[in-house]
Write a protein of this length. Structure first.
Length: 339
């Protein structure tokens, strides 16, 4: 009797197991109090894909809207800061006065950084993802870039001098005045390098690269970088081509190093060398406080004319060599085949 009942009970249990999968007890340990949850092994669990935020979408429409928002925020912040700054600047200052130059550049930089920081909050990213990680600030990449920048302007001006197109002239400032101008121009052009590199190869490059790819975005923004210099006094097609090539080279350094610090250092010291050390026009402008009364004379293709040595064909040739040198010195990582 007992064995018959047991046998019947086992048959019923077997049928139940075939109909309903057994339950497994799972310990859930993601809360302070460990609880038990029963999960059916035979159940099919469907997990809905996580909804992607519009501000993190890699698509081109999203990127275009985000860049527009970034530009609106940046220009708005910059305009507001300039409006406040005018109450602290003396009337009648020359456009080339140190106070006006430094105010304009620092306000532009603050506007670009502030708008990018706001976008980083919307996109839930680290600010450093846009090319200027704080941990690498003014580290080895910056100083290696500075060496490239000093080499570039020195090679170009040295070749011009060897061909009789450049003369250093006599010193125009001495002693403490020389030191003050040197410090001022160094700080000022670091601000210039930070602003221009971040404006063209920071947030906008990062965002457009998601939708277009790195190099299409780099080409587009390098052309834009050249076009904004079109209004430089005496600018030529050789000079514009050199500026576009320079932009592409700095994109190349971004691609290989993963950040903009090399480009910032190179940009800053090249401009410092033009304006202060060799005392030649910088983007068509001759600033006060230059080291000597240097003169340039010769064909525009050689000297760059009133635009300065950056418009010389010698600078284009130097940049082409830099592409090769940088490629050899900083080879692409095997894990990044697109480099």
């Amino acid at each position: 009797m007992i064995s018959c009942c047991v046998e019947q009970g086992l048959n019923v249990d077997a049928r139940l197991r075939e109909r309903d999968p057994p339950l497994v007890t799972v310990l859930m340990t993601d809360s302070p109090l460990t609880t038990k949850t029963e999960v059916s092994i035979g159940a099919v669990v469907s997990t809905a894909p996580e909804e992607q935020s519009f501000f993190r979408s890699p698509g081109l429409p999203s990127g275009f809207v985000r860049v527009c928002l970034y530009l609106i925020l940046g220009n708005g912040i910059t305009f507001g800061l300039l409006w406040v700054a005018r109450f602290f600047l003396k009337d009648g200052l020359s456009p080339y006065a140190p106070q006006r130059l430094m105010t304009g550049e620092s306000v532009a930089l603050l506007g670009a950084f502030s708008s990018a920081w706001l976008m980083s909050r919307l996109e839930r990213r680290e600010f450093g993802a846009y090319g200027l990680p704080l941990r690498g600030a003014f580290g080895k990449w910056f100083w290696q870039g500075a060496l490239f920048g000093l080499t570039e302007i020195s090679v170009v001006v040295g070749a011009m001098a060897a061909l009789g197109a450049y003369h250093f002239g006599a010193l125009e400032i001495h002693g403490a005045e020389l030191l003050r101008w040197a410090v001022f121009w160094m700080i000022f052009f670091i601000f210039v390098g930070l602003y221009e590199e971040f404006a063209f190869r920071g947030y906008v490059q990062f965002t457009f690269a998601q939708g277009l790819g790195f190099w299409p975005a780099a080409v587009l923004l390098s052309i834009a970088f050249g076009l904004i210099h079109k209004g430089n006094p005496g600018e030529t097609w050789v000079g514009l081509a050199g500026i576009v090539l320079t932009g592409l080279f700095w994109c190349f350094t971004l691609r290989r190093t993963g950040n903009l610090w090399f480009a910032v250092g190179m940009h800053a010291i090249f401009d410092f060398g033009e304006t202060f050390l060799y005392s030649v026009p910088d983007s068509g402008m001759i600033f006060p406080g230059h080291l000597s009364g240097a003169t340039i004379a010769g064909p525009i293709w050689l000297t760059g004319g009133t635009a300065g040595p950056e418009g010389s064909v010698l600078d284009v040739l130097t940049l082409l060599f830099f592409f090769y040198a940088f490629h050899r010195l900083y080879p692409a990582k095997s894990a990044d085949p697109q480099s």
